[in-house]
Design a protein around this ligand. Structure first.
Ligand code: FES
Length: 122
């Protein structure tokens, strides 16, 4: 009997900010799929739905929830816009996403345009 190695169906996940993509099984979270390959792109925190740093917006494709997405991190409005937590959803189809979590802040220091955008969101 042949030993099969990770033959699960996979789809491509594309991270808009970094231009990176990685294959992710449809049975694992977007974040787990990325971590398994040692990739970066989506910020990694608790990997358990609790910290919100892995927040992303799904721009294209479909995902399914693997567990509850905390309202503390994703509001109803944000969810309606496609926001979710990458550690809480698995891809159903190829997905294109953008990172919207806290990761943005350290990288946006010194960019006036970003500062403006942040101030209008409150
Ligand atoms: S890594 Fe903490 S909520 Fe996803």
């Amino acid at each position: 009997m042949a030993f099969s190695f990770d033959t699960r169906p996979k789809v491509t996940v594309f991270v808009t900010q970094t231009g990176e993509s990685f294959p992710c099984a449809t049975s694992e979270s977007l974040l787990q799929g990325m971590l398994k390959l040692g990739r970066k792109g989506i910020p990694v925190g608790c990997v358990n739905g609790g910290c919100g740093v892995c927040k992303v917006r799904i721009l294209e494709g479909e995902v399914k929830a693997l567990g509850p997405v905390s309202r503390a991190h994703v509001s109803v409005e944000e969810e309606a816009q496609g926001c979710t937590l990458a550690c809480r959803v698995a891809p159903l189809t190829a997905v294109r996403l953008e990172v919207t979590g806290k990761f943005e802040k350290p990288f946006s220091k010194g960019f006036a345009a970003t500062a403006n955008r942040v101030s209008t969101g409150v």
